[in-house]
Ligand binder design. Structure first.
Ligand code: ATP
Length: 246
């Protein structure tokens, strides 16, 4: 990979089965995986190639079910491609399926330490940020409450507060902000802007054109699992609107 790229995606493809919960089963892990598409399988993404330089902010657009979240999961390396390669040279803070990494039976406090710890923060570093993370989420009264007893909005708040405080250079944001109330969303937008100003690399999946224009300079347009356009965000939105706009 060219050293100036922090992410390199080459001819990446990922296929899913329509009728199973997961894209992989145990047997697949140990068998030579055939390139042939089996009955009931489809390619959620195929022949996708692009490179990203540090500090770029990329908006991912496309209709529902066209592979946007799947693309972010490839970059987060929570999914592995069935074809091609995905190379990610730096750590990733994934604000996707945001509450997924949190453990319901653990308290808010324990979840903060667990998540930040898994992303390489030391206990001392977390101690230092803990109060700020809780204040950002505005859940001071629930620090010792099991995570599962929080409201769904509160779960997203604390998850956003922690993950956006990680020091990972690459940030992935996937529609999580749709859940919070307006005041919290505005706070999240300010945090994202700060991260961008600090030179982080951003992937942003959104159906909101204003947000895409606000945060992103480059756009990736996915349609039917293919990357149909990779261009400045204004051009990508123009094409998307021409294809599907009202
Ligand atoms: N784990 C999975 N197993 C099977 N199919 C999956 C899985 N994850 C995603 N899919 C399918 O892959 C396709 C792409 O899904 P994806 O979530 O990437 O779309 P999206 O563009 O993010 O959509 P939206 O705008 O609705 O969030 C869809 O048809 C979806 O049903």
């Amino acid at each position: 990979m060219d050293n100036s790229f922090v992410i390199s995606v080459r001819d990446a493809g990922i296929r899913f089965r329509r009728n199973r919960r997961s894209s992989r089963n145990f047997k697949d892990l140990f068998s030579a995986r055939s390139r042939r598409t089996r009955p009931g399988e489809f390619w959620a993404l195929r022949n996708v190639s692009f490179d990203v330089r540090a500090g770029e902010s990329i908006g991912v657009v496309g209709r529902n079910g066209q592979g946007k979240s799947t693309l972010l999961k490839l970059v987060a390396e929570v999914l592995l491609p069935d074809e091609g390669s995905v190379t990610v040279a730096q750590g990733v803070a994934p604000l996707i399926e945001i509450t997924g990494g949190f453990v319901g039976d653990l308290t808010v406090r324990d979840n903060v330490y667990l998540t930040a710890g898994l992303h390489g923060m030391t206990k001392a570093e977390i101690d230092e940020r803990f109060a700020e993370i809780i204040a950002f989420a505005e859940i001071e009264d629930f620090v010792d409450t099991p995570y599962k007893h929080l409201s769904s909005g509160m779960k997203v708040r604390i998850a956003f507060a922690v993950i956006s405080r990680l020091e990972e250079p690459i940030i992935l944001v996937d529609e999580v902000l749709a859940v919070g109330d307006k005041a919290f969303r505005d706070k999240c937008y300010r945090r994202i802007q700060e991260l961008l100003d600090g030179g982080r690399t951003l992937f942003f999946v959104s159906h909101n054109e204003r947000d895409l224009r606000r945060f992103c300079t480059r756009g990736l347009y996915l349609d039917k699992g293919a990357l149909v356009m990779d261009a400045p965000i204004a051009e990508v939105l123009e094409r998307y609107n021409a294809d599907y706009g009202v």
